[in-house]
Design a protein around this ligand. Structure first.
Ligand code: G3H
Ligand code: 13P
Ligand code: ZN
Length: 326
């Protein structure tokens, strides 16, 4: 294969049609992160079984971990696997949190159908300039681009969150029009990882700032919004991890009810990484605790993959609303 590969040759699609349909249908496309074969199989099979479109999402460090060349063929293999299963669900390969033009270009040149340029830590003008540079390169190749405004952060206590971290709706129109991005990640109170909030005993997780989301949607009607840091940190898996030797007592995520509400709004893409990691870890911990003599990776990675399939199906069906849309 030549050094430069178009995603179209791999059977992948960009996110344009996915988002158009999600917006019209009032659901969100799941974007699941992966960095190894079992995760990729689990995500794909969960989406095949629930007939959901899917965005396969890879961070820069995950791409390095898997190896960029290997990754391209893994994505191509995932497409072929769905065809062999008798389905042709739309599959996008997306760079998650790209931090430079060079990385975005390298991904586009090696078969990614969508890239994120995350310039959210830069001042507005620098973020816009960098994002536009990526958009110009990507759009010439029919690749879609996600930008970000506002910084995701942890919540310091039960109810407060530094206001300056949230997306400023008044900046959104200029950013979207000036850069030409196809979707925009915003900050409304989610954060990355398994410890999203510090909840005091008996306290509640603070609600997402749906008022900001609504104001953004009012300013850019019909424009696809993205929610990062959207794992629910499923309590069942945290309990399993903790009861089989793990130590994740304070882990807490976004209540599913709020994710459902987001999926029914202008949010067209919901990012989930931690929940997949937790599902697999929970099963592996259980197997190691109950079968300390086991040393065949298939005997623990296989069941972990099965659990991921179940989790993905359930999320698509009951949270994202993407099941049956592929
Ligand atoms: O938002 C970040 C994703 O969860 C990817 O994490 O950089 O550890 O691959 P990673
Ligand atoms: P979680 O850590 O909540 O799964 O978020 C993942 C994410 O936003 C990837 O970009
Ligand atoms: Zn993210």
């Amino acid at each position: 294969m030549a050094d430069t590969t178009s995603y179209k040759d791999l059977g992948l699609v960009n996110t344009k049609d996915m988002f158009r349909k999600a917006m019209a249908g009032g659901y969100a496309i799941p974007a699941y992160n992966f960095n190894n074969m079992e995760q990729l199989q689990g995500i794909i099979l969960g989406c095949v079984e629930s007939r959901s479109p899917v965005i396969l999402q890879v961070s820069g460090s995950a791409r390095k971990y898997a190896n960029p060349t290997m990754l391209r063929y893994m994505a191509a293999g995932a497409v072929q696997m769905t065809r062999a299963e008798g389905t042709d669900i739309p599959i996008a390969l997306h760079l998650d949190h790209g931090d430079s033009f060079e990385l975005a270009k390298s991904c586009i040149d090696s078969g990614f159908s969508s890239v994120m340029l995350d310039g959210s830590h830069h001042p507005f003008d620098q973020n816009a300039e960098l994002t536009k540079q990526v958009v110009d390169y990507a759009h010439e190749r029919d690749v879609t681009v996600e930008g970000e405004l506002g910084v995701l952060a942890g919540v310091e206590d039960e109810v407060s969150h530094a206001v300056s971290d949230y997306t400023k709706p008044e900046e959104v129109e200029e950013f979207v029009a000036g850069t030409g991005v196809d979707s925009l990640a915003i900050s409304i109170g989610t954060s990355h990882g398994a410890y999203k909030f510090k909840v005091k005993p008996g306290g509640k997780v603070p609600p997402l700032r749906f008022d900001i989301l609504e104001e953004v949607a009012r300013r850019v009607p019909g424009f696809p919004i993205v929610l990062h840091g959207a794992s629910a940190v499923i309590p069942k898996y945290i309990e399993m991890i903790n009861s089989f030797g793990g130590k994740m007592e304070d882990a807490v995520g976004i209540p599913e009810e709020q994710l459902r509400q987001a999926a029914g709004s202008a949010v067209c893409k919901i990012n989930i990484d931690s929940d997949g990691r937790l599902a697999m870890t929970a099963v592996i911990r259980k197997i190691f605790a109950e079968n300390p003599a086991e040393f065949d990776p298939r005997k623990y990675l296989g069941p972990a993959r099965e659990e991921l399939i179940k989790m993905v199906k359930l999320k698509n069906e009951t949270v994202l609303g993407s099941a049956g849309r592929g």
